[in-house]
Structures are given as C-alpha cells and as structure tokens.
Design a binder for this molecule. Structure first.
Ligand SMILES: Nc1nc2c(ncn2[C@@H]2O[C@H](COP(=O)(O)OP(=O)(O)OP(=O)(O)O)[C@@H](O)[C@H]2O)c(=O)[nH]1
Ligand SMILES: [Mg+2]
Length: 126
C-alpha cells in the first residue's frame, strides 16, 4: 500500500513508517463524527444532535514522522427508504471494503441485534 502515499524522506526507514485507513462506522447519531474530530484534532465533520447529519464520506489525515492515518467518517447505517439514503449507504459499503481497521461506534442504549446484517459481514472480513 506504500505506493499510494507520498515518498518518505531519506531519514525515514521504510520498515518503521506505517500508514493505513481507519474507517468509522455505526448507527446514526452515536457520535462517529465527534470521535473522528477528536482523533484528528480538528472540527472537520459536522456534529449535531440530529440523526443523519453526515451524508458523505469525510476524510481526515493525521501525519507524523512514524505513521500516517487516514480516518473516514461515514453516514450512520440504516435501511435506505429513498435515493439519498441509498447513496449514503454506498459510502458505508466502500468504507467497509477499503478499511485497514474498522472502528464500530455504538452507544450504551444500543441493542446488539441492530445491524445484524452489517455485523455478520464485518465478522467475515479477514
Ligand atoms: N453524551 C454524549 N454525547 C455525545 C458523545 N459523542 C457525541 N455526542 C453527541 O451526540 C450527538 C451526535 O453526535 P455526532 O458526532 O454528530 O454523531 P454521528 O454518529 O456522526 O451522527 P450521524 O452523522 O447523523 O450518523 C451530538 O449532539 C454530540 O454532541 C458522547 O460521548 N457522549
Ligand atoms: Mg456524523
């Protein structure tokens, strides 16, 4: 995957530098955007008390000499009822497909059987 990234400076060892995608998924309104903003250290993604605020994939990059992390915030998972929601779920599908690490965000009142289909899909990823 190193070919996707900027060349490293000569002082950096290839074996030490690490890079990857950390994709944040979960139900609507559970705090995904809040978490990404905290991890990136910038108010990149909109946070509101209203569900379905995030409608695209929002990327935030953290760079250090030793590593580069590309975080992705995604729309909350739901069963689409109309075209916009179908498009929103495509961002979730893409994020599941290209993640190195998936951060599944939940909250204390969420039941374990919600999004069973997605969770089963995640369990099958090697
Ligand atoms: N109590 C509490 N509230 C939180 C926490 N994290 C986020 N919130 C609040 O929960 C609401 C939703 O936060 P968002 O970060 O927008 O949630 P989201 O999962 O990105 O929502 P969608 O993009 O709509 O799916 C906001 O009012 C946040 O301030 C938390 O750890 N504790
Ligand atoms: Mg959001």
């Amino acid at each position: 995957m190193s070919s996707r990234w900027e060349p490293m400076s000569s002082s950096q060892s290839h074996s030490e530098h690490r890079a990857g995608f950390v994709n944040i998924i979960g139900n609507p309104n559970v705090g995904k955007s809040t978490l990404m903003n905290a991890l990136v250290g910038e108010k990149l993604s909109i946070v509101t008390a209203k569900a379905q605020t995030t409608r695209h994939r929002i990327m935030g990059i953290v760079n250090t000499d030793d590593y580069q992390i590309v975080y992705s915030d995604t729309p909350g998972m739901l069963k689409p009822s109309y075209r916009l929601q179908e498009d929103m779920m495509k961002f979730v599908d893409t994020a599941i497909g290209d993640a190195d690490i998936i951060l599944y965000v939940t909250d204390v009142v969420e039941q374990g059987d919600k999004n069973e289909e997605y969770i089963q899909r995640l369990q099958k990823i090697e």
